[in-house]
Design a protein around this ligand. Structure first.
Ligand code: MLT
Length: 260
């Protein structure tokens, strides 16, 4: 038992099961590691977002901090993929004392451009108009468009699993999450701050159309760390190439933490 846990924060429209294969590989190699992969509030219909709270990812960062505080650990190496990366950055901004390391995957540290923000708000409006068939169809398309070609051709079950997870999210929560993501701030200064305090790493699916090399380099420069590219992976690298992602995480942990 060490003082430090590994917390894996998933992307949208997925849930904590997104990390299942990465966890399997990591647990086999590092049995002493305590891995937490919570489902973000709202990303499963059993846990809707609190409709009476203004949409903000800070709310979820507070909840993750509470989970860590209630565990037997005092700190965590936090790994966030896409939306999970936004939540990791909110955690660094509001609960820096809890962070023992930061790994950002397939995400970015900028605020939304007006076009991205408009697209999110349109999806929120569609979800709120109860046209759930259209919302899930558009999430299906989004998942397909964000995966690597190899996943599409040789590993289609990954896409189907991601689409099944998307269907477990209530339309109201989809709207809330879209509005929360659209409201997030630029976090470059937070990365500069946290990168000086703890070890960090950026991981990118080499075919991720949203986290481009430039985006990954901007985060790595702010953090002062390296970028690992995962071949044959797109935006959902942890599902598309779990073994390679687990290997990158294992290397990072062994290099920077004597307790693992
Ligand atoms: C995710 O995978 O979490 C989403 O693509 C995040 C986003 O829409 O920016």
């Amino acid at each position: 038992m060490t003082d430090t846990a590994l917390v894996l924060l998933h992307g949208f429209p997925l849930d904590g099961r997104m990390w299942d294969r990465v966890r399997e590989h990591l647990s086999a190699q590092m049995p002493e590691l305590d891995i937490m992969a919570p489902t973000v509030r709202g990303c499963h219909k059993t846990q809707p977002w609190p409709a009476d709270y203004a949409p903000s990812l800070t709310w979820e960062a507070d909840r993750i901090a509470e989970l860590i505080n209630q565990s037997s650990h005092t700190r965590a190496v936090v790994v966030g993929l896409s939306m999970g990366g936004y939540i990791a950055q909110a955690l660094a901004a509001h609960h820096p004392q809890i962070i023992a390391g930061m790994v950002l995957m397939d995400t970015n540290c900028g605020a939304d451009s007006p076009a991205s923000s408009d697209a999110r708000l349109s999806m929120a409006t569609l979800a709120e108009s109860k046209q759930s068939k259209q919302v899930y169809a558009s999430l299906d398309q989004m998942v397909e468009a964000l995966c690597a070609r190899d996943t599409f051709v040789n590993n289609h079950d990954v896409i189907e699993r991601a689409q099944e997870m998307a269907r477990e999210i209530d339309p109201g929560s989809i709207a809330w999450i879209q509005r929360a993501m659209a409201a997030r701030p630029n976090s470059q200064d937070i990365l500069q701050f946290i990168g000086k305090k703890v070890p960090s790493l950026v991981i990118r699916g080499a075919e991720d159309p949203t986290c481009t090399s430039k985006t990954a380099n901007t985060m790595a420069e702010a953090l002062g760390c390296d970028v690992v590219n995962i071949p044959s992976a797109g935006h959902f690298s942890a599902m598309e190439q779990p073994q390679a992602v687990a290997k990158a995480l294992e290397g990072f942990l062994r290099q920077n933490y004597t307790e693992f």
